[in-house]
Unconditional design. Structure first.
Length: 367
């Protein structure tokens, strides 16, 4: 005789799952399988059917800007949830909710990227033209980015409103958003609004604050602490230790992003770098300034933050003379080793395996 309770629809019946390892590729497929439902939730909601032009447009905005990336943040939410949740709560229903929470982080990311590409005068994102450059959209993309942001709160409300963690999830999203915007502000102030940047401000201290705020919180801390909250974790010390490690990973992640802006292959990054022409306070220029001779510094001052291709090439040439690629390789190796050690040192039942896998996936070594 079957032990299944009577009158239960087996499609939604919540049974604990075998927490067997699912590869990232499989998890990415599982996430994609949820996406059509999310798009439908956000664009065919009954209460907006009096503005069909908007919901039609929003569907286009979301489809172009949300699902096409690596989904690193969503994957992190799901993998963290699987690692943190007590086994008896790892049900198909809860996993689906973790995937929806993952899509909320991807909506936040899409909101940031649409805005960031306008602000950075970028041309390509995820191997396609930036949204603001499509069909004359231009600065109206600002409104699209804000709509994408609000979609995440619509989703949260629909699926988490009755959960104990609902308010905490909202507060986490709001707090990470504000931090990211402050980091972006520091990033944009450094460029001196298209005038020559003042390279005296490009110190390692400033760089460290900038990447902590503009990248590390929303890319690493947020996905993991959202998953911890949904998994019912309350111990503040667990959050504190997780945050320390995740901020370090976020730093390495942005240093890699800065390196790839100059040295990455467009086919694999899907974007064309603009850091030198925009005069960004990137890791490369910050380290170059620390090591430059007075002559090299003078040349950097003259050429950095200019869109003239000759000046951009001169900066790249100076990076080569200063040996920045080698400095990066050493930094990357040392930071990886240090992070591995720090992960071994965390306690309070934090899952080492999850942090090691996250490090190797999100900050995998270049070359
Ligand atoms: C990465 O900077 C940081 C962000 C994308 C956050 C943007 C925040 C906003 C509030 C708009 P980046 O410009 O180096 O990223 P990329 O190299 O992907 O353009
Ligand atoms: Mg950018
Ligand atoms: Mg930027
Ligand atoms: Mg970048």
């Amino acid at each position: 005789m079957s032990s299944k309770p009577k009158n239960v629809d087996i499609r939604t019946y919540s049974v604990p799952l075998n927490a067997s390892y699912v590869s990232i590729k499989d998890e990415s497929r599982e996430l994609m399988a949820v996406w059509p439902d999310i798009l439908r939730d956000l664009t065919t909601a009954n209460r907006h059917n009096d503005v069909p032009d908007v919901t039609k447009w929003l569907a286009k905005v979301l489809q172009y800007n949300v699902p096409g990336g690596g989904k690193q943040r969503a994957l992190m939410v799901v993998q963290a949830y699987k690692s943190f949740v007590p086994p008896d709560q790892l049900t198909e229903d809860n996993l689906r909710l973790a995937r929806i929470l993952g899509w909320c982080t991807e909506l936040l990311q899409a909101f940031f990227l649409v805005s960031d590409d306008i602000e950075d005068h970028a041309t390509m994102r995820r191997n396609q033209p930036c949204w603001y450059l499509c069909n004359g959209i231009g600065l109206t993309a600002i409104n699209d980015s804000i709509m994408i942001e609000m979609c995440l709160y619509e989703l949260l409300k629909k699926y988490f409103k009755t959960k104990e963690c609902y308010l905490d999830l909202i507060e986490q999203f709001l707090s990470a958003t504000f931090k990211t915007e402050m980091g972006q502000c520091l990033d944009l102030l450094s460029t001196n609004f298209g005038n020559k940047p003042n390279l005296l401000f490009f110190t390692m201290d400033r760089y460290n604050s900038l990447v902590k705020y503009k990248t590390a919180y929303y890319t690493f801390v947020l996905p993991v602490t959202l998953a911890m909250s949904f998994a019912g974790i309350k111990d503040p010390e667990m959050y504190r230790q997780a945050k320390t490690i995740l901020l370090e990973m976020g730093h390495l992640f942005q240093v890699r992003d800065d390196y790839l802006d100059c040295y990455g292959d467009v086919k694999s990054t899907g974007k064309v770098g603009t850091d030198i022409s925009e005069g960004k306070c990137s890791w490369l220029i910050t380290v170059a300034l620390q090591r430059a001779t007075p002559e090299q510094r003078k040349a950097l001052e003259e050429c950095y933050g200019d869109s003239d291709p000759e000046k951009i090439n001169r900066v790249k040439q100076l990076y080569q003379e200063i040996g920045i690629s080698n400095t990066f390789a050493i930094y990357e190796e040392e930071t990886h080793n240090l992070l591995n050690t720090h992960i071994q040192q965390i306690s309070r039942g934090l899952p080492h395996d999850f942090f090691l896998k996250t490090l190797n996936r999100a900050c995998s070594k270049i070359g």
